[in-house]
Design a protein around this ligand. Structure first.
Ligand SMILES: Nc1ncnc2c1ncn2[C@@H]1O[C@H](COP(=O)(O)OP(=O)(O)OP(=O)(O)O)[C@@H](O)[C@H]1O
Length: 657
C-alpha cells in the first residue's frame, strides 16, 4: 500500500473520487453537452407550454367547426383541424399535461420501487440482496405488453393503471442497475469512514450512497420517461387505452389512426411531438450517462464490508499461551485473534493468534512489512473485515465486552463513540458530494442531541481542536477544495466527534508530504496529551514509531513476532526480523554506508511454513526453528518474542545485549 523502508516499490493509494452528479454538476454537465442542454431546453419549453396552454392555445380544445374538418395546415389553423373540425395545435398544447402526467406516473413508480430496493440490495447484501435480485429477475421475465393489456382489460382501459403497471415492470431493471452501482459505492472509503463514525445505515444509504448513484439513476429515468411516452402512444394507437374526453397526445394518435387512410397529416403533429419528446429524454439520458459512466467505473473498491460475526469454529491456537500484550487496563484486549478468508475449515488464515492490549492514553504501533496482516487485525478490531473474511478465533474485548461474541450490534455500539478510525486516504475518506460542515454535523448529530446552532458550534470547535484555521471557510468547503493535510485534520475531527477513547490510525501520514506528516503527528501527540486518547497506529515507518508510540507490536506473516516497549525494541530487538527491519531503516543509517536489505519476501497466507515463519529469510535459522510451532515467549519485563534462539543469538552477538 505504501512506499517506504519496509515496503519498497509500492505506490500510494489513488486520489479521491469525483463528486457525484448533483444539481450544480448537472449544470456543468449540460454546459459540456450542447445536445443535452438543447434537450433540457425543449423539455422545459414543453412543460411551460403545457402549463400555459389555456392562455396560448388559439382555440378551446373542444371547439368544433364542422365546416373545416381535416383541413390541413392553414393561417387560421397552423397544424390543421381534425375529423370534427377541432384545432390540432390547441389540442396538442392541451394534450401536453396528460402526456406528461401519465409519463410521470410511470416514472414515479419506477423510481420509488427501483431505487430503494436497489440501494437496499446493494448496501445490505446477504439474504436481502438474494431475495430482491431473484424477484427482480423473475419480474424481468414477464412480457410487459401482455400484462399491460390484461391490466387495461381489468381497469377499464385506465391510463393510470397502465402507467403504474409499466412503472412496476420497469423497476426491476433499475433495481439491478442501482444495486450494481451501490456495490461499488459501498466499498468506498468514505462509506467505511461514515460507518466507523457511527452514522446509521439508513442515513448512509440516503445521504451518501444515493447521492453517489444519482447519475446512473437520472440517466435511466430519462430513458424510461421516453419509453413511457412512446408506450402511451402505442397503446393509444392500438386503441386499448382510454383517452377519456380530455385532449391528450395518445387520444390524438388514436383518432388520427381512424382516418389514417384518408388523411395521414393528422398523425404528424402528435407523432412528431411524441418523437421529439422521446428523443429529448433519450439525449438527456445519454448526456448524463456519458458524464457518470467513467466516474462509476473509476470508483475503486477500497472500503470494507461489515463482518463482526464469528462464522466458524475457533481456529487452532499456539500450543503455549501467549503472554499478556502489555500494561492493559481493559480499554482494548485482543486475545488469540484469528482471521480467515473463507471458513475455518476451508479457508486461508490471514491473521493467526494475535494478542495485544492497549491501555487508556497509550499509543501502540502495529509494525511489519506489507501483507503481514496489520490492516486485517485493525479491521477485525473495528468489525469491518471485507466480505468473505471472518474472525474465526479469539476475542476482541473493548472495556470488558467481547465484540466478536457481541456481533455487528456490539461493534456498532462502540464505533465512533468508543473506537474511532482514521485511514491513510484522507480525501477518499470524505464524501465528495458533502461539505466538511455537512460531514461533521452528520456525525455530531449521531452522538449529541444538539440544536442546529449548537451543532454548528460543535463542528467549529472540532475543527479548532485539530488546529484548522479559517473554520467558517473550511466548514463550507467540499473535499476537493481542501489539501490532503487539511482533509486528514478533518478526518481526525470527525473521529473525535464521538469523544472516543481509542483511535485506530491506519498509516495516517503515509500519503502526505513530509512537512504535513510532521504536523499531523504533532497533532496526534497533542490530542493524546490533552484528551487521554489511546492510539493504535499502523505504520511502516520506524520514525513514526519512535515519535509517537509507547509500545510496538511487530507482525510477520499473520502473527505477532515481537512486542516491546519502544525503547527496548529500538535498543535491543529480540527477534531477528525486527532487528533486520531496524537495520534497513534509512532514517537511522549512517551517511555513506550501504543500507542492509532484507532478502526474500513475506510468505503469503496459505504458504506459511511450519515453525518459525521467518526462518526462510533468517540468517540464523537452525533445524530447531522449523521443527514445530514457536510460542511467543516472555523476554524481560515488557518484551516478548517468537524466537527459540534468542539467548544463542544474544550470546553470538547477532542480537544486541
Ligand atoms: N479480502 C481479502 N481476501 C483474502 N485475502 C486478503 C483480503 N484482503 C487482504 N488479504 C490478504 O491478507 C493478508 C494481510 O493483508 P493486510 O492488508 O492485513 O496486510 P498489511 O500488513 O496491512 O499490509 P499493508 O501494509 O500493505 O496494508 C495479505 O496477504 C493480503 O493479501
Amino acid at each position: 500500500m505504501t512506499t517506504n523502508a519496509m515496503n519498497p516499490g509500492v505506490s500510494p493509494t489513488s486520489g479521491p473520487a469525483k463528486p457525484a452528479l448533483g444539481p450544480y454538476r448537472l449544470r456543468r454537465v449540460l454546459g459540456r453537452h450542447p445536445l443535452g442542454a438543447l434537450a433540457v431546453a425543449y423539455l422545459a419549453l414543453l412543460v411551460l407550454a403545457g402549463l400555459l396552454a389555456p392562455a396560448v392555445a388559439p382555440y378551446p380544445p373542444d371547439e368544433q367547426n364542422l365546416s373545416t374538418v381535416l383541413s390541413g395546415p392553414s393561417a387560421a389553423h397552423w397544424l390543421g383541424t381534425d375529423a370534427v373540425g377541432r384545432d390540432v395545435l390547441s389540442r396538442l398544447l392541451y394534450g401536453i399535461n396528460p402526456a406528461l402526467v401519465n409519463t410521470l406516473t410511470a416514472l414515479a413508480v419506477f423510481l420509488l420501487l427501483g431505487v430503494p430496493l436497489g440501494i437496499l440490495a446493494g448496501y445490505r447484501g446477504g439474504w436481502l440482496d438474494t431475495a430482491i435480485s431473484r424477484i427482480a429477475e423473475l419480474m424481468l421475465g414477464i412480457p410487459a405488453i401482455i400484462l399491460v393489456l390484461v391490466v387495461l382489460g381489468v381497469f377499464s382501459s385506465s391510463p393510470t393503471a397502465a402507467m403504474v403497471t409499466l412503472g412496476v415492470l420497469g423497476a426491476p431493471g433499475l433495481t439491478r442497475l442501482v444495486r450494481g452501482a451501490t456495490f461499488v459505492v459501498r466499498e468506498e472509503l468514505f462509506v467505511t469512514a461514515a460507518r466507523v463514525a457511527g452514522v446509521r445505515p439508513s442515513r448512509i444509504m440516503s445521504g451518501h450512497v444515493l447521492r453517489r448513484v444519482l447519475g446512473p439513476i437520472l440517466a435511466q429515468a430519462s430513458v424510461f420517461a421516453g419509453v413511457g411516452l412512446g408506450f402511451q402512444a402505442a397503446l393509444a394507437f392500438l386503441g386499448v387505452m382510454s383517452a377519456g374526453d380530455r385532449p391528450s397526445w395518445g387520444e390524438m394518435i388514436s383518432q388520427a389512426a381512424t382516418v389514417v387512410t384518408t388523411d395521414e397529416w393528422l398523425l404528424v403533429p402528435p407523432g412528431v411531438a411524441i418523437a421529439l419528446t422521446v428523443l429529448a429524454f433519450g439525449v438527456l439520458g445519454d448526456a448524463i450517462r456519458d458524464q457518470t459512466e467513467g466516474e462509476r467505473t473509476a470508483a475503486a473498491p477500497r472500503g470494507r464490508g461489515e463482518r463482526g460475526d464469528r462464522k466458524a469454529a475457533p481456529a487452532h491456537r499456539a500450543t503455549v499461551a501467549s503472554p499478556p500484550g502489555g500494561p492493559a487496563d481493559g480499554l482494548l484486549d485482543v486475545r488469540g485473534l484469528t482471521v480467515t478468508a473463507g471458513t475455518a475449515d476451508r479457508g486461508t488464515t490471514l491473521v493467526s493468534d494475535v494478542t495485544f492490549s492497549i491501555g487508556t492514553g497509550e499509543t501502540v504501533a502495529l509494525v511489519g512489512e506489507s501483507g503481514c496482516g496489520k490492516s486485517m487485525t485493525a479491521l477485525a478490531v473495528l468489525g469491518l473485515l471485507p466480505d468473505g473474511v471472518h474472525v474465526t478465533g479469539g476475542e476482541v474485548f473493548h472495556r470488558g465486552t467481547d465484540l466478536v461474541a457481541g456481533g455487528p450490534k456490539a461493534y456498532r455500539a462502540v464505533r465512533g463513540s468508543g473506537i474511532a478510525y482514521v485511514a491513510q486516504d484522507a480525501l477518499g475518506s470524505l464524501d465528495p458530494t458533502h461539505t466538511v460542515g455537512s460531514h461533521l454535523k452528520e456525525v455530531i448529530r449521531r452522538h449529541d442531541r444538539l440544536s442546529g446552532p449548537a451543532t454548528r458550534a460543535r463542528a467549529a470547535e472540532l475543527l479548532q481542536q485539530v488546529k484548522l484555521p479559517n473554520v467558517d471557510r473550511v466548514l463550507a468547503s467540499y473535499p476537493h477544495e481542501i489539501s490532503g493535510g487539511m482533509a486528514q485534520r478533518v478526518n481526525i475531527a470527525l473521529a473525535l466527534a464521538g469523544r472516543p477513547k481509542l483511535l485506530i490510525a491506519d498509516e495516517p501520514t503515509t500519503a502526505l508530504d513530509v512537512t504535513v506528516q510532521a504536523e499531523i503527528l504533532a497533532l496526534l501527540r497533542e490530542l493524546r496529551q490533552s484528551t487521554g486518547l489511546a492510539i493504535l497506529l499502523i505504520t511502516h515507518d520506524w520514525g513514526v514509531v519512535a515519535d509517537l508510540a509507547d509500545r510496538a507490536v511487530v507482525m510477520y506473516a499473520g502473527e505477532v513476532v515481537e512486542q516491546a516497549g519502544v525503547d527496548s525494541l529500538f535498543h535491543a530487538p529480540r527477534f531477528p526480523y525486527t532487528a533486520a527491519l531496524l537495520a534497513a531503516d534509512p532514517s537511522t543509517a549512517e551517511e555513506g554506508t550501504r543500507l542492509p536489505t532484507l532478502p526474500g519476501r513475506v510468505p503469503p497466507p496459505g504458504a506459511w511454513p511450519t515453525g518459525c515463519r521467518f526462518a526462510g529469510r533468517c540468517a540464523h535459522a537452525r533445524e530447531e526453528c522449523t521443527s514445530g510451532p514457536v510460542p511467543l515467549l516472555s523476554v524481560g519485563r515488557d518484551t516478548s518474542a517468537r524466537c527459540v534462539r534468542i539467548e544463542d543469538l544474544v550470546r553470538e552477538g547477532a542480537l544486541p545485549r
